[in-house]
Design a protein. Sequence first.
Length: 238
Amino acid sequence: MSKTELLYLNDSYLKETSATVVDVTDEGVVFDRTVFYPGGGGQIHDTGYIVYGGVEYRVPKVFKAGGEVYHVVEGIKLSPGDNVTLRIDWERRYKIMKMHTSLHIIGAIMYFDYNVLITGSSIYEDYARIDFPMKGMNKELAVSIVAKADSIAKEGHDVKTYFMPTSEALKNKDLFRVADVSKYAKYLGETVRIVEIVGVDTELDGGTHVKNTSEIGEIKFLKYESKGSKNRRIYITV
Ligand SMILES: [Zn+2]
């Protein structure tokens, strides 16, 4: 069990929080709670600052290791018990949230229209990409799928996050929108987090999302790539 309360799981819109240092290692600083997303599930980690004694110190990286969340803090040596403010780079994170929700819409189109499961996805600062095995895919089709995702986004669907017992979630294979569920099912805890884009998509997810798809603005097609004999990749931005 992590020492850190992961505030972004219940409120992706939290930009800052007060926090107390609970551990300091060569790798980074562990706080009792955090608004920083440490990366995972394809979504890049947050960046930002900690504020201590009225001074801002850069946090260029946050990561998870051994179940703990480590914040790399530049320019200061903190000690357990220190009280700080954690503040994320909100514009960067908000764009990442928009792109992550966009990928779920595209994933839903792939799943429900083409019966294809995702084999990988990554959300970076400026763009996101999604992979799936689909031999019949081509650039024209990729462009039309992104256009369909864009029009779905503009319909303004609410996005909800909630927790569910893992045993219950495992009964519904529609919730697992990636290939090889059996491979990672054993790593799931007692509850799993669900992200539901109402009327569009419901799946397991630990990332940060917008509250309504209308916030996305426009989902823009960037690039299409054929990776090997089977895998196809679509790049988007917002
Ligand atoms: Zn996701």
